[in-house]
Design a protein around this ligand. Structure first.
Ligand SMILES: *[C@@H]1O[C@H](CO)[C@@H](O)[C@H](O)[C@H]1NC(C)=O
Length: 632
């Protein structure tokens, strides 16, 4: 591994020097080819080099320098600056440092904990989440970030797959822990509840022990066995099927991840609004770890609330917000207000916002710079839209691609696999067409995989992609690159279906639906129709209270934004759209339920091209479709 070379060896310098030389030699060529964005590309290359140099110099420090050490630097540089503000309470860097010392000491003296044990953290967004993580980092213990919405079998599965020995839970999750208690006790797990006491046998109150523990710094020797390959955190990624997988984030990756906010222009005096779950990459790595690097203040929210969003931004002078696509969509669908542009937010960082929502967002909330980027918890390639092109997630950059080779390959959405030629190699997607993003697994772009799950890890590896014997990471993401080299996210594999020979991207359709006047949320999927290939579009939606469902208005909206094959043929009106912790919508059940008015209680509508409207779907129409007498 290139990064683990001993200090003093010349290879790293050689690498950088040759990269810079290559850049200089190729610059005129690049300027010509990538005009008019060449300047931005060069600037971005400059950023890349700066990031790399900083990273390499950190990697050379002795004793080893980890993400935690950056926090320690910040807290000694400005102990009195607020680190996190939560529900009106402000906690300084010094407080976070001391509180995490106490937690660490209390745990260290607990007989149920041994040095280096993996600890599972089962807690919602609150400062204690951050303090506990810091404490465990100080002890050199890997932390499994459990999703606090999961229960029973799923909870046990997640707990077990990273071999945790200790569970630390928030008081409000006591019942969820009790549910799985017999099984945990059988395994001899130490279970600590962050409350003063707990009456349930097998679960110990922990916070009184923390209150009484020393706040003295912890000896660095406790972390002396940690290397850059040691696991730092486990983050669970949920697929569309099966149980969550624990992606192993090692110390090296966490160190790399420090720069995510600083490299996008976030500064020390920025105030960051963090409302995404801390158990996921967006909240934990980008929001939390990212602001450790910049030394900023985090305004932490228990959860996202569209109605409180801007009031919070005004109240706390928030300058940077974090988003995922759904957040932007929910914000845009709140009722308009006179003070929509009255705030200090200057930068929005995140991923998954569509061009239409992006435009609507800046129209409505003012001149906020949007930094859309692409990255995944376990993946080995990332992009950032440094040129500010609406709707793009990034840009093909010659230098970036030299360092991190990737390709878009043609994908068969029916068979759910890349298309291969006679020699068994993948075919690169022609420019402008959608392909699967695959990125070469190399020393500087490693793929660590999932804990205790070689099968799922192997599934993400793709061999013989462009040459016999090569090895790529399969991102599972479908992308498109336009004539100007901008990269657009199209869909997750599995989130597309085919109809009349065309791929329909469900998230795109649902974004279009939710910017219509009457719909609030939309979950789009494909359903099978007897006698038809592929799947036809269907949307489970919720309707705005003040604007009732209007079939012909919705038809006009859909027809003006979507090609005919992508227009949802069936609409199912629900009281609420079921979502998971990251707003990923639950589709499997809806797909199975289909569009039969005899089975579904919710009102169903069908798109009627002749009437230019969505009409109620009656039992007669349903049977005409099923019998084939009505063509779709
Ligand atoms: C926000 O900024 C205003 C004006 O700059 C200042 O008066 C106010 O105290 C600030 N509020 C917070 C919570 O920092």
């Amino acid at each position: 591994d290139l990064w683990s070379i001993a200090p003093g060896k010349p290879s790293m310098e050689m690498f950088l020097i040759s990269a810079i030389l290559a850049a200089l030699l190729l610059a005129p060529f690049a300027l010509k080819t990538f005009c008019p964005y060449a300047w931005m590309d060069l600037l971005y290359f400059g950023d890349l080099v700066r990031i790399l140099v900083r990273f390499v110099s950190r990697r050379r420090r002795r004793p080893l320098f980890f993400a935690l050490d950056r926090f320690l630097e910040q807290s000694s540089a400005h102990p009195d600056r607020p680190f996190v503000v939560f529900e009106g309470e402000s906690y300084t860097y010094a407080y976070a440092d001391k509180r995490s010392n106490r937690i660490a000491h209390a745990l260290r003296s607990h007989r149920g904990y041994e040095a280096g044990d993996t600890v599972a953290l089962f807690m919602g967004n609150e400062p204690a989440f951050m303090f506990t993580w810091l404490a465990l980092a100080k002890l050199g213990s890997p932390v499994a970030l459990l999703n606090h919405n999961i229960r029973s079998k799923s909870l046990l599965h997640c707990f077990n797959c990273c071999k945790a020995r200790v569970l630390i839970a928030a008081p409000e999750l006591k019942e969820a822990v009790e549910d799985v208690l017999p099984s945990l006790m059988e395994q001899g797990v130490t279970i600590l509840l962050m409350s003063k006491q707990c009456d349930t046998p097998g679960i110990e109150g922990f916070s009184d022990k923390v209150d009484q523990a020393s706040d003295a710094p912890l000896p660095r020797s406790l972390r002396s066995q940690i290397t850059f390959k040691s696991p730092a955190v486990y983050i669970y990624t949920s697929g569309t099927t099966g149980l969550p997988k624990a992606a192993l984030v090692n110390q090296n990756r966490l160190l790399t991840a420090l720069v995510v906010l600083s490299s996008n222009g976030v500064k020390t005096n920025d105030v960051i609004y963090l409302n995404l779950p801390l158990y996921h990459t967006a909240g934990f790595i980008i929001g939390f770890i990212g602001s450790i690097e910049t030394g900023s203040t985090i305004i932490l929210k228990r959860k996202f609330s569209a109605s409180q969003f801007w009031d919070d931004c005004r109240k706390y002078n928030v300058t940077v917000i974090q988003y995922i696509g759904e957040v932007m969509r929910y914000l845009c669908s709140t009722p308009k207000k006179d003070n929509d542009k009255d705030h200090k937010v200057r930068l929005a960082i995140g991923n998954g916002v569509r061009a239409e929502i992006w435009r609507e967002f800046t129209r409505r909330f003012g001149n906020i710079q949007i930094r859309e980027f692409y990255a995944s918890t376990e993946g080995n390639v990332g992009f950032v839209n440094y040129a500010g092109k609406t709707g793009a997630i990034g840009r093909v950059n010659f230098f970036h691609k030299m360092l991190f080779p990737y390709a878009l390959v043609q994908y068969d959405t029916e068979r759910d696999e890349p298309i291969r030629d006679a020699n068994g190699l993948c075919l690169e997607a022609p420019r402008g067409e959608t392909g699967l993003l695959v990125s070469k697994i190399t020393d500087i772009a490693p793929f660590v995989g999932y804990a205790q799950n070689e099968e799922q890890t192997e599934k993400k590896r793709l061999r013989n992609v462009l040459k016999k014997g090569d090895l790529y990471f399969n991102t599972g993401d479908l992308m498109r690159i336009d004539e100007d080299n901008f990269i657009y996210f199209q869909d997750r594999v599995g989130d597309t279906f085919r109809w009349k020979g065309e791929n329909v991207a469900t998230t795109e359709v649902s974004d279009i639906l939710t910017i219509s006047d009457c719909l609030k949320e939309a979950n789009v999927y494909g359903v099978q129709v007897p006698g038809h290939e592929g799947r036809i579009g269907m949307a489970a939606v919720t309707v705005n209270k003040d604007t009732p469902f209007d079939g012909s208005k919705l038809y006009d909206h859909v027809a003006s934004y979507l090609p005919s094959y992508a227009r949802p043929r069936f609409i199912r009106i629900q009281n609420a759209v079921e979502v998971t912790g990251t707003f990923k919508q639950m589709k499997m059940k809806l797909v199975e339920e289909g569009f039969d008015p005899g089975l579904i209680q919710d009102p169903l509508y069908i798109l009627d091209d002749r009437e230019r409207s969505y009409k109620p779907l009656t039992a007669e129409v349903h049977s005409a479709i099923v019998s084939g007498s009505m063509k779709l």
